[in-house]
Design a protein around this ligand. Structure first.
Ligand code: UDP
Length: 373
C-alpha cells in the first residue's frame, strides 16, 4: 500500500519506518528544511557545538522497548540532567532536593527532619489542591513556591499559577535526599551525533521518500491509501472553530569564548530576568571538548499564527475547543492524527515514540486482517 505522512518528527519517522518494514511505500511531506521536528540538532558553524536548535531535548524513559528502539538507530551517550536555579541572587540545585532545602533555609537537616520541616511549611488548610498554586502552597509552603515556582511559571505560561492545573507542578519531584538528577527514569542519555542523525537513521529505508520544504495539500490525500498527520490538528481543518492556543519560545543565541555558566541548564526562577532559563549547549554533549561555547536565552510568549507552536495550553476552554476538533477529526476518513501537534498534548519524546509504534502496529495488523477477509 501507499501512505502519506505529514511531518518528519519522531511521530512521522517512527510510523514511516514501521510501515516501510511491513513492505509499504511511504512518502513524507515536511514543510521545514530539515527532519526531526523540534528535536532538530545541528552543529554551530563557529564553535562546532551541537545545538538543540528548538531548545533542549533530553532523552529519558522507563520504557524498555522505546529505549531499545532508539538505541537501534543511534548510540546513546551517558547524560544526566542536573539543573541549576538562580533565585534571590543565589544559585541552587533543582529539582528541589535536600541540598536546595538546606541551602535555601540555611539549615543542616537530615532527610526526616527536612520532611517534617517542609510539612510544617505547607498550608494544611488546602486539602484538595486543584491549581498549580494550591499544590505548591499545600506541599512546599510560600517561601519555596515564591522562590522557585511562582515567577518562573508566570514567565513560562504567561498566567498566574492560580489559573494553571496542579498537574503541571506534578511533573517535578521534590526529594528529601541529595539526588539532583532532574529525571527519575531508568534510562537517560543523548544520541551521540544528535537527534537529527537519529531520525535520519530511522528514515533510512528504501520504501521511504522524504520531501523537505513541502507542504501537504489536503487534495493530495486521494492519492494515498491512508494519511498519518502530525501537523497541527486545527491547522488541518483550516482553524474553522478558531485556533488552539500554544506557547512559543524565542531563543536569543550568543557565542562566547570558554565557558559561560558551567552547566547545561540554569533556570531563572525569580523575576530579576525576563527569560526563563539559559541553556549552554556544549554541556548537552559532555563527552565532547569545545573551546568556544554557545548559549540560548529562552523566552516564552503567546504563539502567533506565524510562530512555531511548543506548549499546548489545555485549560478548560482550550479543551472544549479541542473536543470540537476531535469530533471533526473522527468524521474524517482515511487519516490518523498523531503526535504532539496532531493530538494537542504536551508529549515527551519517549511517549511520542511509544504512541507512534502503537498506532503503526495496530494499523498494520488491521490491514493484514482485512487482507485475510
Ligand atoms: N517550573 C518552575 N520552576 C522551575 C522549573 C519548572 O516553576 O525552575 C514549573 C513551570 O511551570 C514548568 C513546570 O514547572 O512549566 C514543569 O517543569 P518542566 O521542567 O517539566 O518543564 P519543561 O521545561 O519540560 O517544559
Amino acid at each position: 500500500m501507499n501512505f502519506a505522512i505529514v511531518g518528519a518528527g519522531f511521530s512521522g519517522a517512527v510510523i514511516a519506518r514501521e510501515l516501510a518494514e511491513a513492505g509499504h511505500k511511504v512518502t513524507i511531506f515536511e514543510s521545514r528544511n530539515h527532519i526531526a521536528g523540534n528535536c532538530h540538532t545541528e552543529r554551530d558553524a563557529e564553535s562546532d557545538v551541537m545545538l538543540h536548535v528548538y531548545g533542549p531535548h533530553i532523552f529519558h524513559t522507563d520504557n524498555e522497548e522505546v529505549w531499545k528502539y532508539v538505541n537501534q538507530y543511534s548510540a546513546f551517550m551517558p547524560y544526566v540532567n542536573r539543573v541549576k536555579a538562580v533565585t534571590g541572587n543565589r544559585v541552587f540545585s533543582l529539582p528541589i532536593n535536600l541540598l536546595t532545602i538546606n541551602q535555601f533555609f540555611n539549615k543542616t537537616l537530615s532527610p526526616n527532619e527536612a520532611k517534617e520541616f517542609i510539612a510544617q511549611k505547607g498550608d494544611s488548610s488546602i486539602t484538595n489542591p486543584e491549581t498549580f498554586e494550591e499544590q505548591a502552597l499545600a506541599f512546599l509552603g510560600e517561601e519555596l513556591y515564591e522562590g522557585f515556582f511562582k515567577y518562573y511559571t508566570i514567565k513560562q505560561w504567561g498566567m498566574s499559577p492560580a489559573e494553571l492545573p496542579a498537574s503541571i507542578l506534578k511533573r517535578l519531584p521534590v526529594r528529601f535526599n541529595y539526588d539532583d538528577n532532574y529525571f527519575s527514569h531508568k534510562y537517560q542519555g543523548m544520541p551521540e551525533h544528535g537527534y537529527t542523525v537519529l531520525v535520519k537513521n530511522i528514515l533510512d529505508h528504501d520504501n521511504i521518500t522524504v520531501h523537505l520544504n513541502t507542504e501537504f495539500n489536503k487534495s493530495q490525500a486521494v492519492e494515498y491509501d491512508h494519511v498519518f498527520y502530525s501537523g497541527t490538528l486545527d491547522g488541518y481543518f483550516n482553524y474553522e472553530f478558531g485556533r488552539l492556543p500554544y506557547r512559543t519560545l524565542d531563543f536569543i543565541k550568543e557565542n562566547h569564548e570558554g565557558d559561560y555558566q558551567g552547566c547545561a541548564v540554569m533556570n531563572y526562577c525569580d523575576n530579576s530576568k525576563p527569560f526563563t532559563r539559559i541553556t549552554e549547549h556544549k554541556y548537552f554533549s559532555p563527552w565532547e571538548n569545545h573551546e568556544k561555547t554557545v548559549i540560548y536565552k529562552e523566552y516564552s510568549r503567546e504563539c502567533e499564527p506565524e510562530d512555531i507552536p511548543y506548549y499546548p495550553i489545555r485549560q478548560v476552554k482550550e479543551k472544549e475547543l479541542l473536543q470540537k476538533y476531535v469530533e471533526r477529526a473522527n468524521q474524517e476518513k482515511g487519516i490518523t492524527f498523531v503526535g504532539r501537534l496532531g493530538t494537542y498534548r504536551y508529549l515527551d519524546m519517549d511517549v511520542t515514540i511509544a504512541e507512534a509504534l502503537k498506532v503503526a502496529r495496530q494499523f498494520i495488523q488491521l490491514t493484514n486482517e482485512k487482507k485475510e477477509i
